[in-house]
Design a protein around this ligand. Structure first.
Ligand code: HEC
Ligand code: HEC
Length: 231
């Protein structure tokens, strides 16, 4: 009887050595969830899991605390949690085949997200992606250094050297902008960087960097970041 129940429930709590939610917590931090040899991102690269913001961190994605029962995702464009996850999995983590509902890993991630979702009535969260790019006033460079550390450094590494970056595919900032004058004549390098940050891989830009919505990064912090980068 127990064997049957276990087979049906896959990784349910009282079956295997590892409860499903614990396995999900591991997968959440594991970049090899994606089969792509070029992927170095895990879910934890872009999402907090806490109720209040983590000090010193600005993530591109919303916190997934209370995410399991939100009525919709991605600003209303996804209504199923697994579809919202697969959006990230294929767009950012280079996953070739979306995770299926039958995959034990999907179930484990689900159980983990349920565990960090005490509020089953949690509302959907707003997502304002900035389509039309305009320049922003430059801000305080000291604040910009904090923004760089909180938002960009994990992937891009230290400025000027890229030391510690998560992937060699992430360019060295701000040096990469030196070529922008030739590549994008008539557009200031700062505006090219704004477009990349606001659009990530979307709106025809390409790549696999995530976009920063207005909820994730204010224009004020973006202006401070550009001042710090000297752009
Ligand atoms: C490279 C960054 C990145 C990675 C990696 C990533 N995400 Fe996301 N994710 C985003 C961004 C950006 C959004 C859009 C903003 C938002 O809705 O949170 C998003 C949205 C979501 C949403 C919808 C949240 C909502 O309420 O709108 C869920 C759920 C989600 N991601 C789960 C995951 C899971 C699980 C993984 C790992 C399998 C993952 N993400 C990997 C960046 C990422
Ligand atoms: C989740 C990892 C990640 C984060 C966080 C991230 N980037 Fe990126 N970024 C990348 C990767 C990977 C590339 C190269 C692939 C691409 O273009 O999408 C890239 C490319 C870029 C480029 C384009 C470089 C070129 O080749 O012209 C710019 C500019 C940039 N990032 C700026 C930023 C800034 C500024 C931040 C912080 C606000 C940031 N990125 C945060 C991963 C990231």
């Amino acid at each position: 009887m127990r064997g049957w129940a276990c087979a049906a429930a896959l990784l349910a709590v009282d079956c295997g050595p590892v409860p499903a939610a614990d396995y999900g917590a591991e997968l959440f931090k594991d970049s090899t969830l994606s089969e792509s040899q070029y992927n170095t991102f895990s879910c934890a690269t872009c999402h907090a899991t806490t109720a209040s913001p983590e000090p010193g961190k600005l993530y591109a994605g919303h916190s997934l605390y209370n995410s399991a029962f939100r009525p919709s995702y991605w600003g209303g464009s996804e209504t199923r949690l697994l579809d919202a996850v697969n959006f990230c999995y294929t767009a950012f983590m280079r996953g070739v085949t979306p995770l299926t509902p039958e995959d034990p890993r999907s179930r484990a991630l689900y159980e983990y997200l349920v565990r960090i979702s005490p509020d089953t009535q949690a509302p959907a969260l707003p997502l304002t992606l900035v389509k039309d790019i305009t320049d922003v006033p430059r801000g305080n460079a000291e604040r910009g250094a904090d923004v760089y550390r909180a938002a960009c450094q994990d992937c891009h590494g230290e400025v000027h050297t890229g030391k510690g970056r998560k992937t060699e595919l992430a360019s060295i900032l701000p040096e990469v902008a030196q070529d922008y004058g030739d590549l994008f004549p008539g557009v200031s390098p700062g505006v090219v960087v704004i477009e990349k940050v606001r659009h990530g891989r979307f709106f025809g830009v390409g790549g696999n960097m995530p976009p920063y919505s207005r909820e994730a990064l204010s224009d004020q912090d973006l202006g401070a970041l550009l001042a710090y980068l000297g752009l």
